[in-house]
Design a protein around this ligand. Structure first.
Ligand code: AMP
Length: 284
């Protein structure tokens, strides 16, 4: 496995692989790799011939007062995980490689970034789409892998790729969870043992939604009220939002129907956690 710190070197490595006819798979991450990332990487290894993983804590997607400084950066452990998973190249640039001077060009996907997390993290998605556009231009992959855990991000990136005619297939992989249902996240490291127990209520609330839909309850308000009740059992949880939206347009829905995203964001102490499920009545 090669570790590329510069744009020139990762481009050279990808070019050599492509000249041998290899299909390039790409997994963008911010590091602090866990089983969720490993699932994405393993899928990339299966579906492509040459896998690039980027590890870059992107300052442009953090707001003032967010956790950019304290975000975990265990690079050596991450490299070991990538090696074991069969990655060909890890691209781990320094900030000055990605942003050598003040960034004046931004990629912004409208509408889809105004809902859900976009309401609470102004500028976040602009940072995500800009860094992904840069990474797609640098790595030039054929296929890139994202997690359903960050559902809005995946939807926004898919739209960016379509709107900007990027010749790239986006694959969205299912959310990997711990045995108690908690969606695995690099930010779970911030939680105490007690807070982790509370965090498991986020998935319990999503399961409650699924149970209600299974018995024919589809009214969003009724479902959200019951989900709130579940979350209120966890004393450290502060709800940011519970939203039932169309899985393509992200517009709020009064009633669950076809391809619906049920998304939750909470705060536990200073840690922000998100999770979601997809519900599709046509597949019941
Ligand atoms: P991050 O390093 O948090 O920016 O995440 C990098 C990629 O891993 C994103 O596409 C995430 O959606 C994905 N990811 C993070 N956590 C999970 C998880 N628990 N299951 C599946 N994918 C995940």
């Amino acid at each position: 496995m090669e570790v590329a710190k510069t744009i020139v070197s990762v481009r050279g490595l990808v070019k050599a692989a492509r000249s041998k006819g290899k299909r390039i798979g790409f997994v963008p991450t911010m590091g602090a790799l866990h089983i969720g990332h490993i699932f994405l990487i393993e899928t990339a290894v299966k579906k492509s011939d040459f896998v690039v993983v980027s590890i870059f804590v992107n300052p442009a997607q953090f707001g003032p007062g967010e956790d950019f400084e304290k975000y975990p950066r265990p690079l050596e452990a991450d490299l070991e995980i990538c090696r074991k998973a069969g990655v060909d190249v890890v691209f781990a640039p320094a900030c000055r490689q990605m942003y050598p001077s003040e960034n004046l060009t931004w990629v912004n996907v409208e509408k889809l970034t105004e809902q859900l997390c976009g309401r609470f993290r102004p500028g976040h998605f602009r940072g995500v789409t800009t860094v992904c556009a840069k990474l797609f231009n640098i790595v030039a992959p054929d296929i890139a892998f994202f997690g359903q855990k960050d559902a809005q991000q995946a939807i926004v990136i898919k739209r960016m790729v379509v709107d900007l005619n990027v010749p790239l297939e986006i694959v969205v992989c299912p959310t990997v969870r711990s045995p108690d249902g908690l969606a695995v996240s690099s930010r779970n490291k911030y939680l105490t043992v007690e807070q982790k127990k509370d965090a498991a209520f986020v998935y319990k609330s999503l399961q409650k939604c699924r149970e209600m839909v299974d018995v024919g309850i589809t009214d969003s308000r009724t479902i959200i009220t019951e989900m709130r009740k579940i979350l209120s059992r966890a004393l450290s949880i502060e709800i940011e939002y519970i939203s039932i939206v169309d899985a393509e347009t992200l517009q709020e829905l009064d009633r669950i129907g076809r391809r619906v995203l049920v998304a939750v964001a909470v705060r536990i102490g200073s840690t922000r956690l998100i999770d979601n499920i997809l519900v599709d009545l046509s597949k019941q």
